[in-house]
Design a binder for this molecule. Structure first.
Ligand code: ADP
Ligand code: DP6
Ligand code: CO
Length: 344
C-alpha cells in the first residue's frame, strides 16, 4: 500500500519586500509585504510526496538529488501537519506513522534569488495537507517553511500581514486582487546568473536585523505608507504609481543589505546596467512604462503592460544579447494546486 500526492506552486515576486524577522522560529516578519504570483507552470515547483510503510526513514530529493532530511524547516512543516492531522483525526494512526519520500523539482534556478523557497514550501505544504487530509490555513503552514512561501498559496496580488500576535496566528497572507483584475500586467524575468546566492535570504535578513539602522527606519517609516499606496495603485490599476513604488522598494531593500554589517550585496554590474537602462527608457518615453525589482539575487523581474512587451523585449535582447532572456507570460494564477493523488 502506498499513497502519492503531487502539487504545483508558482513563484511570487515581491513588490514591497519582506526583509527581517521578529521571530526566527515561527518566521514572523517585521513588516507587511506585497507580491504578485506568476502563472502556473511558468516558474514553479512540482512536489510529489509518497507515504509507504516500507520507507525506512523520511527522504527528500530536490531537483533529483537526495538532500538531508535534517532540515529544521522541512521537519517543522511535516511535524506540524502531522500534529494537525492527529488532532483532526482525519487519517488513521498507522498511516501517520509511515515515513515519506518527498521529490521536488523547480523548473527555474534554485536559491538564485528567484523565490524558489516560496514556490518550494508552498508546494510542499499543499501536497502534505492533501496527503494527510487536513483543514487548515495553508498560508501559515507555508510560512513555517519560508516566509515568502505564505504568499505563493494565492494567485494575483497578495499581501502578507505581519500580524502582531506572539504565536503567529495572525501572520498570514490574503489575496488583494485576482490576476484577472489587471490582465494587461506582464513580467519579464531576466536571468543574470543562475548560481546559488552567496548569502541565503535567511542569513542576510538576520544580519540586517542585527545591524542595519536603515532597516529600522524602513520598517517604521516607509513600509506602512508604501503598503497602503501599493494597494491603492493595484486596485486602481495605476501603473505609474505601482512602478515607482516597486522600484523604490527594491532599491531600499538592496540599500539595507549594504547598510548591514558586515555588508553583503546581491546586485551585479549587469543588474545595475538593467536599472540604468530602465530609467533611461522611461525617461525617453516621458512616462514610467517599466519597473524593475530584484530579490535576494542579481536577477531582474520587470513589470510592464502587455502593449509594451515587444518593444522592451527587443531593447533588452539588443542590449543584453543572451539566450538567458526569458519571457514570462504574466499573471494568471490560481492558487497552489493539488494535481493528483494515487492510492495503490
Ligand atoms: P530563493 O531566492 O531561491 O528563494 P532562498 O535562499 O530563500 O533562495 O532559499 C533556497 C532554499 O529553499 C533551498 O536551499 C532549499 O532549502 C529551499 N527550496 C528551494 N526549492 C525548494 C523546493 N522545491 N522544495 C523544498 N525546498 C526548496
Ligand atoms: C528578498 O522568504 O526566502 O525575496 O523566510 O528566511 O525563508 P526566509 O526568507 P525568504 O525571503 C525572501 C526575501 C525577498 C523578499 C520577499 O520575497 O518579500
Ligand atoms: Co527565498
Amino acid at each position: 500500500m502506498s499513497v502519492i500526492v503531487t502539487a504545483t506552486a508558482s513563484v511570487n515576486i515581491a513588490v514591497i519586500k519582506y526583509w527581517g524577522k521578529r521571530d526566527e522560529e515561527l518566521i514572523l516578519p517585521l513588516n507587511d509585504s506585497i507580491s504578485a504570483t506568476l502563472d502556473t507552470n511558468v516558474m514553479c515547483a512540482r512536489t510529489s510526496v509518497c507515504a509507504r510503510p516500507d520507507i525506512e526513514e523520511n527522504e527528500m530529493y530536490l531537483n533529483g538529488i537526495k538532500t538531508s532530511f535534517d532540515n529544521k524547516r522541512l521537519q517543522t512543516c511535516l511535524n506540524k501537519i502531522k500534529a494537525i492531522a492527529t488532532l483532526q483525526k482525519v487519517v488513521d494512526k498507522e498511516f501517520l506513522s509511515w515515513n515519506v519520500r518527498i521529490c521536488s523539482e523547480n523548473n527555474f534556478p534554485t536559491a538564485a534569488g528567484l523565490a524558489s523557497s516560496a514556490a518550494g514550501y508552498a508546494c510542499l505544504v499543499t501536497a502534505l495537507a492533501k496527503l494527510y487530509k487536513i483543514e487548515s490555513d495553508i498560508s501559515q503552514l507555508a510560512r513555517l517553511g519560508s516566509g515568502s512561501a505564505c504568499r505563493s498559496v494565492f494567485g494575483g496580488f497578495v499581501r502578507w500581514h505581519a500580524g502582531g500576535k506572539c504565536d503567529g496566528s495572525d501572520s498570514t497572507a490574503s489575496q488583494i486582487v485576482q490576476s484577472t483584475h489587471w490582465p494587461e500586467m506582464r513580467v519579464l524575468v531576466l536571468v543574470v546568473a543562475d548560481k546559488k546566492k552567496h548569502t541565503s535570504s535567511s542569513i542576510g535578513m538576520k544580519r540586517s536585523v542585527e545591524s542595519s539602522e536603515l532597516l529600522k527606519y524602513r520598517v517604521e517609516h516607509c513600509v506602512p505608507r508604501r503598503v497602503d499606496e501599493m494597494i491603492n495603485a493595484i486596485k486602481g490599476k495605476d501603473f505609474q504609481r505601482f512602478a515607482e513604488l516597486t522600484m523604490k522598494d527594491s532599491n531600499q531593500f538592496h540599500a539595507v543589505c549594504l547598510d548591514s554589517y558586515p555588508p553583503f550585496h546581491y546586485l551585479t554590474n549587469v543588474s545595475y546596467k538593467i536599472i540604468d537602462v530602465i530609467h533611461k527608457y522611461n525617461e525617453i518615453c516621458k512616462e514610467t512604462r517599466v519597473a524593475y525589482t530584484f530579490d535576494a539575487g542579481p536577477n531582474a523581474c520587470l513589470f510592464l503592460l502587455e502593449k509594451d512587451v515587444p518593444e522592451v523585449l527587443s531593447l533588452i535582447k539588443y542590449i543584453f544579447p543572451s539566450p538567458n532572456t526569458d519571457y514570462v507570460r504574466g499573471l494568471d494564477v490560481p492558487k497552489a494546486e493539488e494535481e493528483n493523488t494515487f492510492e495503490t
